[in-house]
Design a protein around this ligand. Structure first.
Ligand SMILES: O=C(CO)[C@@H](O)[C@H](O)[C@H](O)[C@H](O)COP(=O)(O)O
Ligand SMILES: [Zn+2]
Length: 195
């Protein structure tokens, strides 16, 4: 395959994945927006976690809630659990990498808060333990996954929301997760501020 063809194939695959996600994820994204807007309107906060590209997504989402998305509005409480290198290295070193998010959830999470759990495979152990910790704290979970949802998809409860991108390739799932995150930001602003 030529370089030009490879580039064109990436664009075509990304468009096809987003088209498929448009069909399957519109309704669950709207449910996630309702859940987040309700929590934020009632003074609860959002915690977000994930590894690698998903760590960047968690940070990106928190930045758009604390700062802004496209419109001016009051600051919204959101914390990325993937960004404090002292906590990540201390907990990873003294306990295990599986605990890096869970211990922060237990430290910061309160009943009514929302955990955004991002994993393209749905199988990252530290995201799974973060969801278990969120349960202990009576938080609800919005999981962004792919590849069928993996173990995370299987462990979610009726009050949680599963946003599973219908794709198997990590890059395509990540690209769609970012689109989903921007839909969440826009939907929260719409719910809190109107049109
Ligand atoms: O961005 C990429 C690959 O595109 C990688 O950094 C990727 O995020 C890492 O391999 C993660 O550890 C994958 O974890 P997960 O999405 O399966 O939970
Ligand atoms: Zn990537």
């Amino acid at each position: 395959m030529s370089l030009v063809h490879r580039i064109q194939q990436h664009f075509a695959d990304s468009i096809a994945t987003k088209q498929a996600a448009l069909e399957s994820l519109t309704e669950p994204i709207a449910m996630a927006i309702d859940l987040l807007s309700e929590a934020l309107a009632n003074d609860h906060k959002v915690l977000a976690c994930g590894n690698g590209g998903s760590a960047a997504d968690a940070q990106h989402f928190a930045a758009e809630l604390v700062g802004r998305f496209e419109r001016e509005r009051p600051e919204l409480p959101a914390i990325s659990l993937a960004t404090d290198t002292s906590i990540l290295t201390a907990v990873g070193n003294d306990y295990s990498y599986d605990q890096i998010f869970a211990k922060q959830v237990r430290a910061l999470g309160r009943a009514g808060d929302v955990l955004i759990a991002i994993s393209t495979s749905g199988n990252s152990a530290n995201v799974i333990t973060a969801i278990e910790a969120a349960r202990e704290r009576d938080m609800t979970v919005i999981a962004l996954t792919g590849k069928g949802g993996g173990k995370i998809g299987a462990m979610l409860g009726d009050d949680d929301v599963h946003l599973c991108v219908p794709a198997d390739r990590t890059a395509r799932i990540q690209e769609t997760h970012l689109l989903v995150i921007h839909c969440l930001c826009d939907g929260i602003d719409y719910s809190l501020l109107g049109d």
